[in-house]
Write a protein that binds this ligand. Sequence first.
Ligand SMILES: [Zn+2]
Length: 272
Amino acid sequence: MSSKLIHRFHATTGETPVNAYIIESDCGAAVVDATLTVSDGRRLRGCVDRLGKPLLGVIVTHAHPDHYGGLVELVRDLDVPVFATSGVAEVIRRDDAVKETILRPMFGDEWAAERVFPNQTVQDGDVVSLDGLRLRVTDLGPNESPHDSIWTLEDADRHVFSADLVYDRHHCYLADGFHREWLANIARARRELPVGVTLHPGHGEPCGAEALDWQERYIDTFLEAVQTADWSDADDGRQQVIARMLDYLPTSALQFLMELSIDPVADQLGVR
Ligand SMILES: [Zn+2]
C-alpha cells in the first residue's frame, strides 16, 4: 500500500489562526482548505512546491472565507480541480460580494482581490480519487457555516478532515445561526465516526472524538450565557456573555469570532 503523510499548515496572519492540510502520497499532494489571506495562500503553495510533487487537487470543506480566501494563491498558474459539495460551492459564490464588503476593511490587500471558487462539485458519499489518494465526503448541510462538509481519508485508518465541526480550544463562530443543526451534526458524528478517529480540525491541533463533547458544551454554554444575560443594557449583556465564555475557555484565540456571534444569536433567540 502506498504511504500517506498528513502535514498540518498552521496559518496565523491577521491573528486568525486556521489550518490547511497537505496530504502527501508517493505520487503527489492534495490540499484540504486554503486559509484566509494572500500571504498564507502563498506560503501554503510554497510548502506544496517544496515537496517536489504535483498538486493533484484541492478540497474546500465549508463556506467560510478563512478556509478558501487563499485559494487563488494556492492554485496560481496551475490547472487543478477544486472540489466542494454543491452546497458549499453555491454558498461561497452567493456570499462572495457580502464577504468582500466585510473582509476588505478588515484585511486590506490580504483579502484576495480576485477569488477562486470550487470548480468541481460532489455529493454526499462521493469519493474523490487523486492518483491513489481517496477522500470521501460527508455533506453536513448547515452547520458552523451555511454549508459544511467533512472528508474521510480512505485506506489510511480513521483520519477525518473535520472542518469546523469541532474547534480545538478556540473560540467559535455561531453568527450564521445554525447552532441547532450544528448540535445535531455533533450527535450524528458521535454515532458515525469510527472508534479511534483522528480529527483534523480547521482550528487547533488534531484531536480525538472527545472534541465533540467539548464542542457541544461550548455551544450549550454560549446559548445559556446569551439566554441568561441581563439584556436591560445591551453592552452589559454582551460583557456578561464574554465573561462567561472566557471563564469556559480562558484564551483570546479567535475570541473575536465569539464576540461577533453574540448579537446575532441574541436576536435569533429573541432575548433582547
Ligand atoms: Zn473556520
